[in-house]
Write a new protein. Structure first.
Length: 69
């Protein structure tokens, strides 16, 4: 499944790389919301996908933090 591969890729990354990925995803979400507000966004389901990816990234970050303790 596509999401399982994405999560596996996230688990291989270091915490700093995950934080950079998180910042990039949040910027993308902001841009998508802005495009949606100005009626320029064709594929609105992309917002949902990016939100879920942000949650996945945050989950992996928290798992790594718990494993470090």
């Amino acid at each position: 499944m596509k999401t399982n591969k994405y999560v596996e890729e996230l688990q291989v990354k270091s915490t700093t790389e995950l934080n950079e990925t998180l910042v990039a995803a949040k910027k993308e979400l902001f841009n998508l919301r802005f495009q949606n507000a100005t009626n320029q966004l064709d594929n609105t389901s992309r917002i949902k996908d990016v939100r879920k990816n942000i949650a996945r990234i945050q989950t992996v970050i928290s798992q790594k933090a718990k494993a470090a303790n």
